[in-house]
Design a protein around this ligand. Sequence first.
Ligand SMILES: C[S@@+](CC[C@H](N)C(=O)[O-])C[C@H]1O[C@@H](n2cnc3c(N)ncnc32)[C@H](O)[C@@H]1O
Length: 627
Amino acid sequence: MLTSPGRVRYFPACLLVKVCTFKSEDSHKLTMVLNPVISKLSGKLVVLASASPRRLEILTNVGMRFEVVPSWFKENLDKALFKKPYEYAVETAKQKALEVAKRMPFKHLKTPDIVIGADTIVTVGGLILEKPVDKQDAYRILSRLNGKEHSVYTGVAIILCHEKEDQEIEYKVVDFYEETKVKFADLSEEMLWEYIHSGEPMDKAGGYGIQALGGMLVEHVQGDFLNVVGFPLNHFCKELDKIFNSPSSDTADRRCTLAAEGMAGEIPEDHSSAVRKRNVAQCGSRDRFEFPHRIADLLDGFKASKALFTACKLKVFDLLASAEYLSATQVAGNISGSLMGTERLLDAVVSLGLLEKLKLGDTIAYRNTEQTSRYLVSTSELALNEYILYCDERVWPLFTHLEQSVLEGVSQHDHAFGKRCEEPSKHACCNHREKQLQFMKAMHSMAKVAGSHVATAFDLSSFRTACDLGGCTGAMAFAFSKVHPALSVIVFDLPAVVEMCAHFHPRGQDLSRVTFVAGDFFSDDLPKADLYILARILHHLPAEKVHALLSKLSEICKPGCGVLLSEIFLDEGTRGQSSGILQALTMTQGVQRSAAEYSLLLQKYGFTQVSIKHTGNFLDAILGVKP
Ligand SMILES: C[S@@+](CC[C@H](N)C(=O)[O-])C[C@H]1O[C@@H](n2cnc3c(N)ncnc32)[C@H](O)[C@@H]1O
């Protein structure tokens, strides 16, 4: 039975909202909230109790703001206890979310308003298929699906956390499931094995990912496609609507059941009661004020950043990547640290969700989470370590002089680094090789993480040649050339930068379609191209330089040519913090802009066909094409 077959009726625009083409008079409507239900969550502490990048992307794409706190609940419920497979998925989702909801008040020192848990399973002939444990297992699972129709169920639990008068926290659960039927094509053994060797099946229920290579295996889908990807967005929005838009004032009660007692992850009484007390600030017996979670978080924000920086600098994550798990004593020995200090750092990083803490007999051990292995181990393809070290050494000192910066309105670089140091962004122009290399490594690590999202933001099939102005190490250019096989990319940067680029060339990728040209984009002729890319360039330039560069591009671009800007877009109409605004605090020239402002800028220079993409990654993208 399909719960609601073949529909995207409720919020038809929600998947389209982030990429839109518009004329200038429409620009003010650009970020109008098209999803009134998601907007009900603004101002609430919403937590996704899942580390799945696919769920994260689905929810980020519709503009939802939330924290990710992966659940520690072990997915090992006895399937035999459930009459229907979806009951198992719903219960797993519920336990995952409840574990996080109950852990946060004493581990993260804050109580979420809403915790969302989800669990996706694949069933065929009543049998639940798990994630494959190895390639043979993947073959066994995929062979079962081959040529047949199967069901994908995602169980979702929405936990509403409510503080009662007596300071106890009440957990109410709204749960539901969605079923989608998927028919696999008849696949040859060769194709199955080719897919298995791609590595994609390994972390996915049913051994395939429909949103990527696995999409090639699928003949048709009946029901919600996103449910197969991992999250039934449409059904979720309907449930939110019932919770928040019901005419009844106590709508949650109508819909919810109280969470069962005695679930996994019990809270030690002493911790929880202390925190609960903290969670209610009282003024007289009748007036209660909500505890200022946001402010409390911000008070701890710098401690959390510094704990991350320190763990990175001491190579804690690299060390943990070299073993399955390590005790604090082993870590301390390897980093030449004190046991007490190391233990405290490890526990702090656990509380930030970047490490897992295990009890193995009498030993307490630590290991990297999946996300940490991907982003914080320096040998990983997507390692952010260089950017983190850069933040620690070059950005943190600037922020310690923020007050002076605000009062004086001038660069605090001399105060932060001493008179001889240059601004980090000018390293490329000076001979300070070491600092320049550090800056390039930082840019490189972030561009590698954002690159594929920016490169796939738009249909670029009409362009044959691109020129990445200020393309630095070529990270972005290589990402573009990887996903657009017909595109050749020229990286144009200052001579001192181009000289050091070979160090960053990717291994195992065709290098022939990316070339490097040294020059100054203000004073030199620019290489001819159909598309000019400017990633993280314009926000840092004063108005007259933005004008000079865009005028130059406008002059050399013929109809059909384009300019693609990749920047952090300021959020419009929301009150959440924006990394663009925070970055601007230490900028002494230039200005951060919203997507609508970048759009107007492109249109002013003749690139009037504008498309915008909020990528959900570090950098967003906007494409302007000359008609
Ligand atoms: C903030 S970095 C951005 C790097 C890259 N686009 C990215 O997003 O990863 C700015 C880049 O612009 C380059 N740049 C600055 N002024 C330049 C100029 N006048 N001509 C060419 N490149 C320049 C710098 O060398 C540096 O590589």
